[in-house]
Unconditional design. Sequence first.
Length: 275
Amino acid sequence: MSLHLDTGRPRARPPWRSGPAGLALLTLLSGCAQEGDFGRPKASAWNSLVETTGTLAARERSEPASAFPFTDDERTLRDRAWRFLMPAAGRDAFTDVLANLTRSRLLPPAWRPADPAAYHDTLMGDAFRSPVSRYRRLSEDIGADARLIPQFAALAARVKEADALRLRSLPFVKTLDDRDVRHAAMRVAENRCLIAWVRLETASRAAGYRYALEHLLIAAPGPEAVQVERTLAALDGRRPILDPLVPPEAEIRCGLLPKTQATLAEAQAPIVAKY
């Protein structure tokens, strides 16, 4: 059974209405961007509110937003995705809030284009006492991503297997109505799009780390760059683990790319793609 997933630098303008209401919402939700252990969001009433509101916002945009409760694996998958959907290095409270609103689907993911220099700008802006400290921070951030990718991939594989079982079972459950079938399909789409989103963000983060390493090496050359390069190679070696878990053209179908980039990708893609 197939499932169609229609669903000094200039910055993209966030897609919310300006004015006191918008600012009040951002202020209200500013406490949400808090990281817990293992790259997961910190458990709080704020995060629960954001998750619920984000589902409603996604539904208003006609994106897949199932009313079914999450399975344990689906909930954990979303917790594990937190690290990769938030900025690799927090820039400021306002930027982190916007990232959290995007991660939780209150804002669409495609509104902000990739910015490879963002991590480097933050790294150089922090008050480190020496370049060695910057190299150490860079290596630690890269290494944490590399360690967490296999854990996310293993969990995503379990969710994908459960979704396959869900879809195979639909024709045999005679008591389902159209709403049940629709929300089952939307949950599968949500899961697939989340995995595709994490894969897209791991590539973006790796590009940001590469940019930071290259520019740091020119600004403050040192032998520490060798270890950072090795850590980055380990990250690049693990990112392909996610590839078999993502359908072809998922980034386009899930609306994860800015419009201009999506149009270019569609023009380069085969006319027929099945999965």
